[in-house]
Design a protein around this ligand. Sequence first.
Ligand code: F0G
Length: 469
Amino acid sequence: MKTIIEPFKIKSVEAVKTTTRQQREKILKKAYYNPFLIPAEDVLIDLLTDSGTSAMSAKQWAGILDGDESYAGSKSYIRFEQVTKKIFGFKYIMPVHQGRAAERILFTMLTSKIDKDGRFINVGNTKYIPSNNHFDTTRANIEFNGATAMDLVIEQGKHPSKIHPFKGNMDLKKLEKYINKIGAKNIPVCMHTITNNTGGGQPVSMENIKGVSKICKKYKIPFFIDACRFAENAYFIKTREKGYANKSILSICKEMFSYADGCTMSAKKDAFANIGGFIAMNDKNWYTQCKNLLIITEGYETYGGLAGRDMEAIAQGLEEILDESYLQYRIVSTKYLGDRLLKMGVPIIQPPGGHAIYVDAKGLLPHIPVDKFPGQALVAALYIEGGIRAVEIGSVMFGKYDEKGKTIPADMELVRLAIPRRVYTQSHIDYVLEIFESIKKKSKKIKGIKIIEEPKFLRHFTAKFAPAS
Ligand code: F0G
């Protein structure tokens, strides 16, 4: 097979800064051992997120200059609408400033009764929303409205070393059982996250999307897709699912969304944009209600919190992400990091996902108990050892407390190495591998972490930590 190379060349660059171990120890302490509190300038390789961190293409930058900033009906909105309709196929599209704004609008509407004056009265505590795995902001937007977010990923999806081609699939039997238990009328929507970020960037098969859609239709429950990484998901379908090898990425995308009633999307992922998102749907009544919420907090319906130039960059990015040679490079280069980590004995979620490698921190640091957060400890070690920034996806992000204040741990203790699109070269990734080599050698010496201050929602962003004694 031919070597798969980056299907682009670099036109503009940004310097990165190296720091000493001593400096990094100070910086991390000052940031309370929370990677979100480290100044980005002090990070050498930033694998915190693939969100909003993509390198834009020359054509996207050209679009930024060409953006039409008219308040209503801008030319950039019209292009944005055309491209999103072509790929996603829904009747109504509303731009928003990012994915969570789409979630806030959708779930505020779905957890409310609307009174005669059009006001939204919250009835969230009677509502239940299943998914394969809700992402943290999705879950927070559901729970903030008083509703219950339920994860129904297949059993294989919960075990890091289990191999399955579509580990992001939803368990259809569990879904139907859940609907029967809760009652379809209390489930205003069923979500499906493609690819499944919380579960390791794992894809969802077309068959599973179809299956969820069929069950939702049977019980008259609307079905929405969280579409952040839809193109990576489509590439996995093309290469792993029978019958799709000769289909274009665009036709696979169209088919995926044809089974749904709408979607939420963060354009900061598979649209190569630094900001933006949208909600799309077919139901006119829902659209009218969402539009009211949109106008109150995001903006008028043809810009929804974005500048015209942002919509131009998103439209161009959505065209570019459909390029199969880009997607092949993307999936193969992520796998390169995963395969080499495995080879050196670092446990990861297998097989490697689309946008990130998820290290099984509990497997790598078995001496650290879950209430001393092995994931957060590994995040700290990666920064001190090599100036690499990653994020914990485990009991810091998803853990809860029981009535006695004891930690109820998350299903897995992971550290995500998210790979920004078109940003790092293979030698950057080889450097990350070297740092893992040295962490692995001294893994027994790595100590746990404790929380010293935390907010009630989305605590991983702002909580303060210290080394556990
Ligand atoms: N859904 C999924 C699956 C996501 O991964 C994200 C964001 C969102 C919704 C929310 O989108 O950030 O534009 O508001 N994920 C980022 C991450 C933050 O790092 O994985 P947003």
